[in-house]
Design a protein around this ligand. Structure first.
Ligand code: IMP
Ligand code: MG
Length: 182
């Protein structure tokens, strides 16, 4: 991993901590102590969810779900393939999906539709980051940590080609790394 691969730091560790704190305050206020299932969308949300759950004050069940990513170039049909499903039965339960970043919105839109069929009491979405300018599918996300411009970011769980997840901050990747300009 080369430090030169990072164009600039978008959110420092301290700034991320503040974003997570603000999200947790809102989530705690909204659920009013009711139990929720936290559905961590693997793998990018691992770091974020680890920090977030420690700020939540209601009883939680921790669960994981992984959707398969679309092959490059293929436009999503809005359908997602499940690589790893939740272990909990979510019927009549409150589900909070935790995602690292909303880009096109296709993954979460597909996941949410599929999970709603299981008749949970509610499904809400908490995403650390969102790139609204990239949206292809409208998706209602109740909790968004920060909106960012259309740049590829890595670190704090977010990867490019499975790399950079272990950076403690969120940085903008140099376009040359993924074959872009500059
Ligand atoms: P969507 O279905 O286009 O919203 O895809 C969201 C997924 O794409 C996220 O869960 C990430 O795994 C990945 N992704 C989108 N933008 C970025 C980025 O800037 N950095 C790293 N991963 C990203
Ligand atoms: Mg990813």
């Amino acid at each position: 991993m080369n430090k030169d691969d990072i164009k600039y730091v978008l959110f420092s560790e301290g700034e991320i901590a503040q974003i997570v704190e603000r999200l947790a305050e809102r989530i705690n206020a909204d659920y009013g102590g009711e139990e929720i299932i936290v559905g961590v969308v693997l793998k990018g949300s691992l770091t974020f969810s680890a920090d977030l759950i420690r700020k939540l004050d209601m009883p939680i069940r921790l669960d994981f779900i992984q959707a398969s990513s679309y092959g490059s170039g293929s436009k999503s049909s809005g359908k997602v393939k499940i690589k790893k499903d939740l272990e909990n039965d979510i019927k009549d339960k409150h589900l909070l999906l935790v995602e690292d970043i909303i880009d096109s919105g296709n993954t979460l839109a597909g996941l949410k539709a599929m999970l709603k069929d299981r008749e949970p009491a509610s499904v809400k979405i908490c995403a650390l980051l969102s790139k609204p300018s990239r949206r292809e599918t409208e998706i209602e996300a109740e909790y968004i940590g920060a909106e960012i411009p259309d740049e590829f970011v890595v670190g704090y769980g977010l990867d490019y080609d499975e790399k950079y997840r272990n950076l403690p901050y969120i940085g903008v990747l140099q376009p040359r790394v993924y074959g872009g300009g500059e």
